[in-house]
Write a protein of this length. Sequence first.
Lengths: 214, 397, 175
Amino acid sequence: MLGEGMLKGLAETAENFAGSFVSKERMTTVQYPEERIAPIENTRDFPFLIFDGTDPLAGLRCVACQICEKECPPKCIYITKSTDKKPDFVGKPQNYPTRFDIDISVCMSCQICVEVCPFEAIKMDTQFELSTTDRFGGLLLDRDQLSRSNEYYNEIHPTEAAEVDARLAEEKVKAEAKAKAAAEAAAAKAAAAAAAPPAVTAPPKEPIAKEPGA
Amino acid sequence: MSFVAKLDQIFVLLQHWIAGFFPLWLQPLVMIVLGVIAIVAAFPGIFALTTVLERKGLGRIQNRLGPNRVGPLGILQPVADGIKSLTKEDIVPLSADAIVHFLAPLVLVVAVFLGFAVLPIGRNMVLVNLDAGLLFFFAIGASTELSIFMAGWSSRNKYSLLGAMRAVAQMISYEVPLLLSSVVVVMITGSLSTVKIVEAQSGFTGFLPHWYVFTPWGFAGFALFVVAALAETNRSPFDLPEGESELVAGYFTEYSGFKFALFFLGEYLGMFSIAGFAITLFLGGWGAPFSFLEFVPSWAWFFLKLLGAIAFFIWLRGTMPRLRQDQLMNFAWKFMLPMALLNLVVAGAWRFLGEGPLGGWVRWIICSLVLLTAYVLLGRVLMRNQNLGPRSYRYAD
Amino acid sequence: MIFGFSILFLLTAVVTVAGALAAALLKNLVHCALSLTVTFAGLALLYLELGAQFIGFAQILVYIGAVAILVVFAILLTRGAGVPEYRGYSSSWFFGLVIAAATFALLAWAVVKSLPASLVSATPAVSVQSIGTALMSSYVLPLEIVAVLLTVALIGAVIVAMPEGKASSEKGGPQ
């Protein structure tokens, strides 16, 4: 009969209206900004740089290879490579970025920079409340603003961070095994050479400074 | 006068008291001016309240809270809205017709305010007791269509014009059932004056009132009047002319700032005046629903009924999807018009059966049966051509 | 009282005549239609001043609410709302003036002739009820003929606007 569906609809909305006073869990909205809905784990907003340990400059994983700068579609990453080197987490001396700026008013959160980074140095952050009154300078984040520790990364993306840490630890073990094998081979060669004329042999290559923790 | 009677007539007494301060030759003018001031103060106040109630009501229907930041429970939201609309830049398109563009909201608001002049808000509380009050109201309602057309045309915007055309077509189509369903009341009462119509409904049988809505023809007339009133004021589900997802804002796309606020005001005030008329014609105006509740003042009953009508309109808005233009027209011409004409016949039959031997409950049964049968049959005819099923797409399968 | 007319009548008359003149002289057609609406409103006010409530409100309802809308729809659906490029005065304005003056003279003579010799002081109170009774008893034939005329016009409008039944259903597919 004409009008039946309308009456059913009216009854349902009346139920919604009355129920909204009685049960709070019917509500699909929260009183922002006093309460917030927790975002899911794979949320991504803008990139950040990871450093291991406590010193952002010494532990920065980024080696300024500039792959992310080239791959970024809107070209919002600006990198200046350093002229000197510092050792990375396996001890190998690497460059580092003296300037690493991301323009987050341009960044489209495509995550391509994260996907192409060979050093697990840049990951996606979950912060979105980045409004500022400075329209241009305030939205250009520099290297110090972008650096966050590995502990922070573990907090915001636990499963991803665990996987990355496992992979990095594995590589470190392999690198150390390789270095030990190289050291033994060199020591064997030195012993063989020492049996021969007692020439001064170069000491085996060793990592200069060990990264505490990994 | 007893206390109850004094409370009932408090505004009239206030009006006479203030007019007493003026010389005798000025008194009629002062009385009229005071009445006008009361209307201009009361109904925009209700408009402000309605905007907040609507947003909160719609919010709770949609499982969310409405605005609740400005003032306790968001009551002061209309103040914020008013300040916003007053301080926004008034943009007039370069190629728009400046004079007509400026006059359109004015014509609307003036026409709508004029409609309140014949609304009996309480006992002895009508601004002008016109002999042809009902005709005056419908005449003024017809003038609002002109302002909508002016708004749509002067904006030089094809979407505005389209929205205006649709709105005018809709309003013209629904004026016919609106007028016919109110003619029933005029037939039975024998007068076009709103005051006499309310007085004719003020008796009680036992404790039940004599409202026209409690008769078969009155109920059908009330239903038809309410649907036509929704369509006249472009209110959901008939808000195609101003549907945001269809035509941006329809005929008031090019209006900003205070002119937009005036259109909004005019639309809502039109809704109030037509709801007030539905109450006057069918729901007994300022009469109490039960005879033991007569101590509540008459103006309080009117405003309570008005709030109930507004709540119902908000409820409908939150429930129903929008009607398409052709569905609108079909409904008006193929369903509502025959029902309204049949209602006229049934009301006449009711009146003359009441005097003959078939009076009493027999005429109730006859009239109700005729109306119900017609409703079911017309409903079937209306729904006959609908192929409501899952759509099949030519290329997507 | 100026010239024997009340101020209210003079104001209303000025508005009505101004509207009518504007409707004849303005260039933009929609402006002309809107000034014609002002003329209708002025006429309604004149009826109300004379105490004819029913016909005053019927004038508003019918003329402003329906005829004015009809006029603007007709303008928009036929030629659009462009401003014409030519000047609005034709070359045969003299003959137009002569014909207009002749019509005015005829109408003025009819109006003056119909005024009674001595104006009655008390106008008969015509209520809506007496209009209704008169329509149903002495004027029922004109009422029915007008109703038939309106029905014929409605049917004619529907026929003119109806789509060509068979042709469109073959071309357009299921609709």
